[in-house]
Design a protein around this ligand. Structure first.
Ligand SMILES: [Zn+2]
Length: 803
């Protein structure tokens, strides 16, 4: 490129004149956050005029096992508590994501032109499951068939369906404070979860020819309308989950008579659907010290063998929930145990097929109770009457009072031996803690999931980590410890945590692991456990059964802890910066005493400590003139530059004569002063955690707040004072800040130790057609199973932390 000299000169001149914009890491966040108002206050609490809508449901539904179809009718009563008059209502039709031409299906992309061609491993390549998902999706008759939308008197209501959303136009606008009821009749075909993915669906067991149904997003649900967003009717594309209103549910589920149903809510008609023995066992479970089997494995195995053509209707009621889900199968083993603490009084229950044992019988219900016990400490008292863990095809998914959890042991196809790996075991306990934990976030602290995945997944994964660590010491948590987020923080393909749910890159790391780790760092390193726990609990208490936004969380954490955390939210939630603090240089200063006896001796010591030059070393050996002529020596051969003179002593006496006593004391203290340079390479400002090691072997920590970077966010010089000589300094010695490069954290620098693995040279033979032709023929062997790649699987993988 050719640049004229004058233009270049101009450029240089202008850049020299303009002050570089100061990178203020502590700039207040208010200009990014919404202005506080009467609905949401500046302290992060709901305002005095806070309002939210309400939707009550009466649903009657039937599961057609043979057709794998659900049909139902519902009456929704919608309460307009807003100050606004509404001309229309929006309803969510999430099943429409299974339509052949759904946005979710149409917008799927492939990795690149040549990604599959270059694939060398199963991880890189396209899976059988992936192709089956695409091909089956093209044929599956999914999505809602809406039979009617009408007023209670039977008058049809005008509606229009916009993909996964339906707008119902009201004949008369709904004024503030009014409510209205309307009816919807619908049906849909249930997806085979292992083929089509998703957060619900059925699983077919070829061995006994039975199905297990996990049913969710199954009835048309009111979209949320709220002060910040208006109608939340962003399309359901697969990643951004659900934004819902609270209400009461009255649900009647008609299923095959030999099915066992697990459901959100309290069973209203146990006498009609349970045997006397089952009711008796349930009563015993309430006060039992360990889980009690309501349906034993033997009873479930017996039920698998025949199929009832009769039906039973299970009647449930659930108060103040934002959603309703259920599961149904004749394969279910069922156990239960009561748990009471403070205002919590809950029956913890698990439903699982025999294929889930022995893991499930041992751990599921125990994990449900453990979760509630721990989350109650950090958030709020579990308010619902039941808490359920269901095993089925879905890897991990949450609903009020009920969750789907996928981990199972492995059965050897040849020998039938059942074993489970360490990852299986802790994966199951972890996913149950996670999904049951979602009762708190977002089922009760009802954040807008369609907008912000981190508000429920991040907060929940954080408390999950705390609950896992309370299960057993050194529980192998995959998320929460700062050192485990380092690889992600170093990675290139990132977006900030504050990114819409559908636009997140590296979903599991971005929306689960990073916010969970950030909160753990906030708790352990920035605020301390006492201040943090109070603030976090305040947030849960303020926003239970309400809808918080990110600003409400940020503001509450600051308000209740009394700490300006704007820099922390700005760095961790609004940028993709990483922590990399480098210890660059260090200078030791002793305090000059001005006493020539001391100072000249010190100077001589410094001089003598210098290495002798190479010439001087060799010149020791050559003959010197003075050796033979000692008469040439004089005063200067006896006294070097470090000889103390009377003039020095007089000057010293003169200098200290006018000093105040405290000034004289300072000269004698003998403290060691160090100027240490730190640079902020990663961009994220963090506190300095300095481990100082003294000559005597004593080690101690000094914690310096992040504000040390306020005037100079890139490079600072810090004065350290020690009582004796310092021999080592380490920044972040316990790896608590997720520093992405610790090779620059210590003085003196520490050596990296590793292991060199040697490999055999590849001497494999060239293709030999004759040898291959003569090889004996073996029986064909089957491939192992791989998981399919689709958005819903991403969620399941993210939930179980396997991404
Ligand atoms: Zn989750």
């Amino acid at each position: 490129m050719r640049v004229t000299l004058s233009l270049l000169a101009l450029c240089l001149a202008s850049s020299a004149l303009a002050a570089e914009q100061f990178d203020d890491k502590f700039r207040q966040l208010d200009e990014l956050l919404p202005t506080p108002n009467t609905y949401r206050t500046a302290s992060g609490a709901p305002g005095h005029a806070y309002w939210q809508q309400r939707a009550d449901y009466r649903i009657k539904a039937k599961l057609d096992e043979a057709k794998r179809q659900i049909s139902g009718s519902e009456e929704i009563t919608y309460h307009n508590n807003s100050p606004d008059t509404l001309d229309y209502l929006w309803v969510q039709l999430d099943q429409n994501i299974y339509k052949k031409d759904s946005d979710a299906r149409m917008m799927m992309t492939a990795p690149s032109q040549d990604a599959w061609a270059k694939a060398k491993t199963a991880e890189e390549g396209y899976k059988y499951e992936g192709l089956r998902n695409v091909l089956t999706g093209r044929d599956f008759d999914g999505g809602y068939k809406i039979a009617a939308v009408k007023s209670p008197s039977g008058q049809p209501l005008r509606y229009i369906i916009n993909r996964t959303m339906m707008r119902i136009d009201l004949p008369v606008p709904l004024k503030p404070g009014e409510k209205l009821s309307f009816d919807i009749e619908w049906s849909y075909n249930i997806n085979e979860q292992l083929v089509l993915g998703g957060r619900s669906g059925y699983e077919h067991f070829e061995e006994d020819k039975n199905d297990l149904f996990e049913i969710a997003q199954w009835y048309p649900r009111m979209a949320a309308y709220y002060d910040v967003m208006g109608w939340q009717h962003k399309q359901f594309l697969g990643s951004g989950e659900f934004t819902l209103e609270f209400g009461d549910f009255d649900v009647e589920l008609t299923v095959p008579a030999d099915h066992i149903v697990g459901s959100t809510g309290e069973l209203q008609n146990p006498d009609q659907v349970l045997t006397a023995a089952q009711r008796d066992r349930l009563a015993k479970a309430r006060t039992a010290k360990e889980p009690v089997l309501i349906v034993t494995q033997q009873e479930a195995a017996d039920a698998e063998k025949k199929v009832s053509t009769a039906t039973k209707t299970w009647h449930y009621k659930a108060k103040n929930v934002r959603d309703f889900a259920w599961a149904s199968s004749r394969k279910f083993i069922w156990d239960a145990q009561g748990f009471k603490k403070d205002s919590t009084n809950v029956l913890a229950m698990s439903y699982y097929p025999k294929e889930a044992n022995p893991l499930w019988g041992k751990y599921s219900t125990q994990a449900v109770i453990h979760t509630i016990n721990e989350y109650n400490k950090f958030a709020l008292d579990y308010p619902y009457p039941v808490a359920i863990s269901v095993n089925g095809p879905v890897g991990g998914m949450e609903y009020p009072m009920l969750s789907f959890n996928g981990q199972r042991p492995t059965k050897d196809k040849k020998t039938g031996e059942i074993t489970y790996s360490k990852r299986n075991k802790y994966g199951l306990i972890g996913v149950i803690i996670h999904e049951v934990g979602h009762n708190y976030f977002p089922m009760i602290v009802n954040s807008d999931e369609r907008q912000w995945t981190w508000m429920d997944e991040g907060l929940n994964t954080f408390v999950q980590y705390l609950a896992e660590q309370a299960w057993e010491e050194h529980f192998p948590s995959t998320r929460g410890e700062p050192r485990y987020i380092v690889d992600y923080m170093r990675s290139k393909n990132q977006v900030p945590i504050m990114t819409n749910s559908e636009s997140i890159l590296q979903f599991g790391n971005n929306a689960y692991a990073k916010p969970a780790t950030a909160l753990n760092i906030l708790r352990e390193t920035i605020l301390g456990r006492e201040l943090f726990d109070h603030a976090f609990r305040t947030y849960a208490q303020r926003w239970k059964f309400k809808r918080p936004t990110p600003a409400d969380f940020f503001r509450t954490m600051e308000d209740a802890s009394g700490t300006d955390l704007d820099w922390f939210w700005r760095g961790w939630f609004y940028t993709t910066d990483a922590v990399d603090i480098s210890l660059d240089g260090i200078t030791e200063y002793g305090i000059g005493t001005k006493d020539p006896e001391v100072e000249k001796a010190w100077q001589k010591q410094q001089h003598d400590a210098l290495p002798e030059s190479i010439s001087d070393q060799r010149n020791h050996l050559i003959p010197h003139n003075l050796d033979n002529k000692p008469e040439l020596k004089d005063f200067y051969n006896e006294h070097d530059d470090y000889t103390v003179t009377n003039a020095d002593r007089n000057k010293y006496a003169e200098a200290v004569k006018d000093l105040e006593p405290w000034e004289k004391d300072l000269l004698k203290q003998g403290k060691h002063l160090y100027l240490v340079d730190f640079s902020n390479v990663g961009g994220l400002v963090m506190p300095l955690i300095l481990q100082i090691e003294l000559k005597s072997g004593k080690k101690y920590i000094e914690r310096i707040p992040a504000e040390v970077w306020r005037y100079s966010p890139r490079k600072i010089t810090k004065l350290l004072v020690t009582d004796e000589e310092m021999v080592g300094l380490t920044q972040d010695p316990f790896l608590e800040t997720a520093d992405v490069d610790v090779s620059n954290n210590a003085w003196p620098r520490k050596m990296t130790t590793s292991r060199l693995e040697l490999f055999k040279q590849d001497r494999s033979r060239a293709p030999d057609l004759m040898k291959d032709f003569n090889a004996p023929l073996k029986g064909a062997e089957k491939d192992g199973k791989e998981s399919a790649k689709d958005p819903a699987k991403d969620k399941a993988a993210a939930e179980t932390g396997t991404k």
